[in-house]
Design a protein around this ligand. Structure first.
Ligand SMILES: C[S@@+](CC[C@H](N)C(=O)[O-])C[C@H]1O[C@@H](n2cnc3c(N)ncnc32)[C@H](O)[C@@H]1O
Length: 261
């Protein structure tokens, strides 16, 4: 696998074939290998598929150029690349803010094992990276922006500055998709329950989708839609439960979609 650095802390993986020489000498498809990796790492393939296919990208994204901001270990990106057929780049600072810095090694190891890839891993703070204008059809970010812009400790003007970067990197008609958890969750008002159900949630940092929407609109985006996440185990009731009110009794998670006109 060729790997080179350019600009600052950028790595490129140039293999394009999704094939791997398996232990038994036969060629396995990348799909089998990634499923095997998920099984070994106890990541639910079904839950990743459920989230991506129903919330992040219900539409066809084959051959789209996509940037995953705060992509961590790349689980979503690998699924999107391998199963949905997009060209994905992963951007993450890997500095331990909201995710283990060892996720960089983990992702690189996965890429090595898969023997792909056409995936570019960009190690940088999203606020400082230099990316050419009009590079992507879509930018998505899951559970990342609240680590950078905590609700009680950051200014909307700083959020808007980063949204303006996203705007610049997208093609006209491109979309910005933000998957986050809000702070309006009924269980957190009952401290013993909150500690038990969500022991690691930092609600002081979480923001409602309205904050991201407003800042994105200030940067020039237009609102497309917001989807209210229904947990996988309740997936059969998605149509019934996928609204803002019920969401405050479930996980508080949502996916906001903005569009560059
Ligand atoms: C909770 S993890 C989410 C990982 C992945 N998106 C997911 O949903 O599994 C948050 C990620 O955001 C990254 N991150 C935090 N601040 C960042 C920044 N300023 N620039 C780029 N990435 C950042 C962290 O390194 C971490 O990998």
């Amino acid at each position: 696998m060729t790997q080179k650095r350019f600009v600052h802390s950028t790595k490129i993986y140039s293999r394009k074939l999704l094939k791997l020489q398996a232990d038994n000498g036969s060629l396995e498809s990348g799909l089998n290998v990634i499923q095997q990796i998920f099984t070994e790492e106890r990541i639910s393939w079904e839950r990743v598929a459920y989230y991506v296919d129903n919330y992040l990208f219900p539409q066809d994204i084959r051959d789209r150029r996509i940037l995953d901001v705060g992509g961590g270990d790349g689980s979503l990106s690998l699924y999107i690349h391998i199963v949905r057929g997009s060209k994905v780049d992963v951007l993450d600072e890997y500095a331990g803010h909201g995710g283990a810095s060892s996720n960089l090694e983990k992702l690189l190891h996965r890429l090595e094992r898969l023997g792909i890839l056409d995936i570019q891993v960009i190690q940088s703070d999203v606020r400082k990276v230099v990316i050419p204008s009009v590079s992507y059809d879509c930018i998505y970010t899951r559970n990342c922006v609240h680590h950078i812009f905590g609700r009680k400790i950051s200014r909307d003007s700083d959020v808007t500055t980063t949204m303006a970067l996203f705007y610049d990197w997208l093609v006209p008609g491109g979309s910005l998709v933000i998957g986050e958890v809000g702070w309006m969750l009924v269980w957190r008002l009952i401290p013993p329950l909150c500690r038990r159900l969500f022991p690691e949630m930092e609600y002081g940092r979480k923001s409602s989708y309205r904050r991201w929407r407003l800042c994105a609109e200030m940067a020039g985006f237009v609102f497309a839609d917001v989807k209210w996440y229904v947990p996988y185990r309740l997936r059969w009731y998605r149509n019934l439960l996928g609204n803002e009110l019920v969401n405050t009794f479930l996980t508080g998670a949502y996916v906001l979609r903005m569009r560059k006109p």
